[in-house]
Design a protein around this ligand. Sequence first.
Ligand SMILES: [Zn+2]
Length: 112
Amino acid sequence: MIEILMTCRTCWDEIAVDMASAVLRMDVEPRAAAELLFACPTCDAHTVRPVVGELLTLLLFVGIRPLTISEPGLEPDDVPPCHAPISRDELLDWHEQLASMDHLPAELDDET
Ligand SMILES: [Zn+2]
């Protein structure tokens, strides 16, 4: 069990925050700062505290996995292709290729 000792800013009690019940939130972009989200074990107040420097390094070093939230984005299938739009000539070539597929050998037509 990994605990962080701190003072609650609501009840001013000295508390030990169990990292199993807390969330360490970090940005997706690498930064030397994070936020610790937890509920005070004494007064149950929900609190967000900045975590920086040596404490953040120690938490990551002992294996605390941060929660990272990225900006919302499109699903991969909804992202527009990165190549140039299809030209009229390419579209005509495609139709000619499709038309040539209509003349398949008879044995292939029987399988469908
Ligand atoms: Zn408290």
